[in-house]
Design a protein around this ligand. Structure first.
Ligand code: THU
Length: 158
């Protein structure tokens, strides 16, 4: 038996103003995207913004439904549309934030497992890591590749 360990590296910024400008702008797009959330049931409003390899930014927000599982997270709303709109491009980065009912930034909100799995698929498809930027009022964390958030991912493409 061998005990193995995994180390996860990520960057933490204590002010969004310190991010490289394309990432700061992506985060700002995620904040405005949260305006479009339809979060009638949870009141938890999430915004996401995806930057593609051609520089185009696609936004998404969570869209809920009376039949709860029919709703979709902000990240997948954005990723699916980005891939549908720019099928030949790859996903470079995604920024995610949550805001409260008053539009004030909430604590760091990490993508759920299903959204991580979807990111993993696009990483595998394009053969490149996606930069994942998670923002709050107090801190911004930047992860390189979904493996930093979800190791031992299911991969059936090999
Ligand atoms: N949600 C997202 O949109 N993204 C996340 O990363 C976490 C959760 C949504 C789903 C649901 O509409 C609401 O937040 C509460 O879970």
């Amino acid at each position: 038996m061998t005990e193995r360990q995994l180390h996860i590296k990520y960057l933490e910024y204590f002010s969004a103003s310190k991010l490289p400008s394309p990432d700061r702008e992506l985060l700002e797009s995620a904040v405005s995207a949260a305006d479009g959330a339809y979060a009638r049931y949870s009141l938890f409003r999430v915004g996401a913004a995806v930057r593609m390899s051609n520089g185009e930014v696609v936004i998404g927000s969570n869209q809920e439904n009376a039949a709860y599982p029919s709703g979709l997270c902000a990240e997948r709303t954005a990723l699916f549309y980005a891939s549908a709109r720019y099928p030949k491009e790859s996903v470079e980065a995604i920024a995610v934030v949550a805001v409260d009912e008053n539009g004030v930034l909430s604590e760091l909100t990490y993508p759920c497992g299903a959204c991580r799995q979807v990111m993993a698929e696009y990483e595998m498809r394009a053969g490149r890591d996606i930069k994942i930027i998670v923002g709050s009022a107090g801190a911004v964390q930047v992860f390189t590749g979904v493996k930093s958030l979800m190791p031992f991912i299911f991969d059936n493409l090999a």
